[in-house]
Design a protein around this ligand. Structure first.
Ligand code: HEM
Length: 143
């Protein structure tokens, strides 16, 4: 991403990144198959686990992973650092049996969420899609 594109994505993300629990809730609600990959959440009532500390801890991990990578985006010198982190995440998730389809489901629900809660259109939407294409290319090479 260019510096400008990274700023656009960061700007959109800044408006939703504090809604960690709501974001994970939306993803599990739309895709129970993702929830069921988590040993601690599988088969449980989503509305009940939503208020557990386990749930918010995990929601924060996912959101922080995105926030941290975005803080490095738009600077060519920091690209190797992003690649290392994303490759490692891809390996971890392959070991857990997470599929490309599930990553795509995650992406689609998250993108809808950001669209509804932030100003993601035009150049910013294009930059957002580019960012996910780049990251998913790396993740998928590990699955
Ligand atoms: C950890 C599943 C997508 C970030 C985990 C864990 C599971 C899991 C089972 C271990 C949880 C634990 O033991 O407490 C999935 C599934 C996904 C998915 C089914 C399907 C889309 C993502 C995405 C991100 C992400 C898209 C980041 C944007 C993380 C992080 C951890 C984690 C940061 C903790 C660090 C680690 O152990 O790798 N995930 N995940 N996950 N996930 Fe995911």
């Amino acid at each position: 991403l260019s510096k400008e594109q990274a700023d656009e994505v960061r700007h959109a993300w800044d408006k939703v990144k504090h809604n960690e629990v709501e974001i994970l809730h939306e993803i599990f609600k739309a895709h129970p198959d993702i929830q069921n990959k988590f040993p601690q959440f599988a088969g449980k009532d989503l509305e009940q686990i939503k208020s557990n500390s386990d749930f918010s801890t995990h929601a924060t991990r996912i959101v922080s992973f995105i926030t941290e990578n975005l803080s490095l985006a738009g600077n060519p010198d920091l690209l190797p650092a992003i690649k290392t982190r994303v490759n490692e995440m891809g390996q971890n998730h392959r070991n857990r049996g997470v599929t490309k389809e599930q990553f795509n489901e995650f992406r689609s629900t998250l993108t809808d969420y950001v669209k509804h809660h932030s100003s993601l259109d035009g150049d910013a939407e294009h930059a957002w899609n580019q960012a996910f294409d780049n990251v998913f290319f790396i993740i998928f090479s590990n699955l």
